[in-house]
Ligand binder design. Sequence first.
Ligand SMILES: [Mn+2]
Length: 434
Amino acid sequence: MKIITTHKGTDFDGFASLIAGTILYPDAVPVLPKTINPNVKNFLALHKELFQVKSPQEIDFQQVTHLIVVDTNTWSRLDHIEPLKDRTDLDIFVWDHHPGKEDIVSNGKCVKETGATITLMVEQIRKEGKKLTQIHATLFLAGIYEDTGGLFFPSTTASDAYAAGYLLEQNADLTVLNSFLKPAYNAEQKNILFEMLKSAERIKINQHTISCNILEVEGHVGNLSIVVNMYREIINVNAAFGIFFEKNRKVSIVIGRSNTDDLNMGSILKGLGGGGHPGAGSALIKSLEPDMVKELLIDQIRKEHQPSSLHDLMSHPIISVSSDTSMKKVAMILREKGFSGLPVVDDKKLVGIISRRDFRKLKRENQIDSPVKAFMSRNQIITISSNKSPAEAANLIVKHDIGRIPVIENDEIVGIITRTDVMRYFYNLVPDKA
Ligand SMILES: [Mn+2]
């Protein structure tokens, strides 16, 4: 017997690849893991009869001679396939799009770096001239769109787009696809949202309105971040926190969402042992009553609420030159530091900027000994005041395409904010998994 299987927590790419396997291997039995993601679950709720899949429990592993693994290449991600792991007589074929991570030793494989596994299988189906129904085309396109974020993720390859084009030619239905690719928001999440709305309260911390809501939940609930985000939008606060307390495990999951850079969820929740981005963060807190968690959280917000000013972020002391420094010396410093430009500072006042570009103004060789003031630019120097936010610095960097902005305080230059500093602010707070 031939079986095809895919990874636990099956997503659309996994499920689509499993079904594509039944087209490429008509005599193989598709084995679907017990745990599947909510989007696929919804899809199956409607389309179940169309796909004759089996659960691992229904398989007599003694009878299995061929194993086809799709959308993963590690044993640990397969569901109840252990009886096959040590079989040396088994014929294994792997279809996957994450080369380099495999621990399944196979007799054959098609593992290439594409946005989705289904892309590779669609290519093969085309090559073999096999026909697709509209439902197949729709499901396969869902696999590509989900894994590539609608061809948007950087992992997307041209092959994914070609496969998507082919599936659209085969009448993949974008309306159906849309309704199943929406983030899972079902009755469970809806109930939680209603409960939160019933007890919604707002607190004011300086200029911001914030809501912290404690809710008891039973067991694991998925997609709570969507709920918190909807909650924040509905009650219209700058930041919303859900403290979801699981009584029997005595753990609280804290999820925060904000719409302002001034309330950085990542750093607020980092203070509680979690992490995240400026707009979204989470933390898991054990053995604390939820009221206590709320108190800690509010403390942390008060501590953190001040927008990070550029003061904490900028580089200083600054490397600068005075206006009578020779161009030769400037060239040396630029080369040594790998900078593209330097502020020119006299008596702590920024008087100009000298950049590599300005060296084109040198007409004669001996001008290299002339002072920098003859060549620096004095006009339209972009600076930023030290009380501005990192987001404002980022805007300037993008708008003017410059790597370094002098930071000014009381008319004096106090530091330099670089592209790297800003990037560090935005990305350093991101833990492995929020
Ligand atoms: Mn995949």
